[in-house]
Write a protein that binds this ligand. Structure first.
Ligand code: VJV
Ligand code: CA
Ligand code: ZN
Length: 393
């Protein structure tokens, strides 16, 4: 008996296609679709599927992909030949048309299928919110926030988030986009740069010369012209290495509460990139699953239709813990699931530590030096508050 029951008068849907897992960016590439297998394995082992509507996502159609992306780019994705894997070291970047074929965005076997499945799940999730059939819709295979209208970037080819938000805008006058991936959500910010119907808020490590993508400064708040409706509708929260749960939770809750009060969104799209967790292969924050997932909990409590996307996350066991725990929050079972990973969990040995919520000592030994001062965080909140004076009625 798992004891996981459906929340009453509240519907959560889970959108996923296991075919996504079959795709490989390359042996040592940081992006591992296999992390989705591990996430699904943990979600199922805890019996969470009994408390949600589970959908096998379909592939997005060509028409859906071109609702945002340029057709020549989508045509190229659909027809380009896969490169040999691993990449030829003598000639690593043979064809950088649309920024494809370099080491970040390799042309792997089945690429178009992978992109369509990620886009399809996010579109299905957005439509469940639009039809009021779900209060929270989950698409862990999405969250690919760097993809541009006619260009791949940073492991992202199709911007499933933009596709999902475009659906939400059919029903809702205003949509709030929040991004807790360790990287700046540049692709989503750019897509909605000139509209006041979407406000984008990204929390990220900011070190323009050394950390990808180099954009997302505190002062970048949308078009500089006051006549452009998008002015003041991009919020950026630039951070340094080592930020902890307490600081992150305070920043997130203070900023998001103020944004919601002023902007009054009809729905929220939350990108839950798990590379902001301690022990990530690319990210260097000190966040635990508790701090990361407190953002999901806070958004849920706002009581607006909510879509949860995946995103980055390069240490698969951390990604699976976070996204499984965040699934538990969505269905309201975070306080009654066992703290030990169930014995029958497939791939259980991959988690190394038995606990679902390991301590920072268990993950890192010694936490990373925290390079964020309270003074800087207070300045960020002040700057955001000033921007918000220009927003709303
Ligand atoms: O920093 C970059 C760009 C370079 C050029 C390419 N080299 C490999 C790295 C430096 C300037 N790219 C970033 C992209 C990060 C994308 C994050 C995506 C998300 O989490 O926000 C959302 C899903 C970067 N950081 C680390 C790497 N690339 C990296 C790429 C590799 C790799 C090791 C590191 C690609 C292949 C292999 N190893 C084998
Ligand atoms: Ca971010
Ligand atoms: Zn990232």
């Amino acid at each position: 008996e798992h004891g996981i029951t459906r929340p009453k008068g509240y519907n959560v849907s889970f959108h996923y296609n296991p075919d996504m897992e079959k795709h490989h960016f390359g042996m040592t590439h940081p992006m591992k679709p296999w992390r989705l297998t591990l996430t699904k394995s943990l979600v199922s082992a805890y019996g969470m599927n009994f408390a949600m509507d589970n959908y096998t996502a379909r592939a997005a159609t060509y028409e859906e992909l071109t609702s945002y992306h340029a057709s020549d780019y989508v045509d190229h994705l659909a027809t380009v030949a896969p490169q040999p894997q691993p990449l030829d070291v003598e000639n690593p970047n043979p064809d950088l048309k649309f920024n494809l074929g370099g080491s970040d965005c390799p042309l792997f076997e089945g690429l178009y299928n992978y992109c369509s499945l990620s886009g399809g799940a996010s579109l299905d999730a957005a439509r469940k919110l639009c039809s009021n059939q779900s209060d929270i819709a989950i698409a862990w295979g999405g969250g690919l926030h760097h993809a541009k209208k006619a260009e791949a970037s940073g492991f992202c080819y199709i911007n499933d988030i933009v596709l999902g938000i475009l659906q939400l805008l059919r029903i809702h006058a205003r949509v709030l986009y929040i991004d807790i991936d360790v990287h700046h959500g540049d692709g989503v910010e750019e897509a909605f740069f000139s509209t006041d119907r979407v406000m984008t808020v990204s929390f990220h490590k900011y070190d323009p010369l050394n950390f990808f993508p180099g954009t997302g400064a505190l002062e970048d708040n949308g078009p500089k012209s006051e006549h452009n409706p998008g002015a003041h509708h991009a919020i950026n929260v630039p951070l340094n290495d080592g930020i902890n749960d307490e600081q992150y939770k305070w920043l997130f809750e203070t900023i998001i509460q103020r944004v919601v009060d002023k902007f009054r969104p009809g729905a929220i799209a939350l990108q839950c990139g798990a590379d902001s967790l301690a022990g990530d292969r690319l990210g260097k924050f000190n966040l635990l699953v508790q701090g990361h997932s407190s953002c999901v909990e806070f958004c849920k409590k706002l009581g607006l239709p909510l879509i949860l996307f995946g995103g980055g996350g390069y240490t698969p066991k951390n990604v699976a813990r976070a996204w499984a725990y965040e699934t538990a929050i969505a269905i309201g079972h975070q306080d009654d699931i066992p703290s030990q990973i169930p014995i029958h969990t497939p791939w259980r040995d991959r988690f190394k530590i038995d606990s679902l919520l390991p301590t920072i000592q268990q993950i890192l030994g010694e936490p990373r030096q925290n390079r964020n001062t309270q003074k800087k965080l207070t300045e960020i909140v002040q700057h955001v508050t000033e921007q918000l004076r220009f927003v709303g009625a």
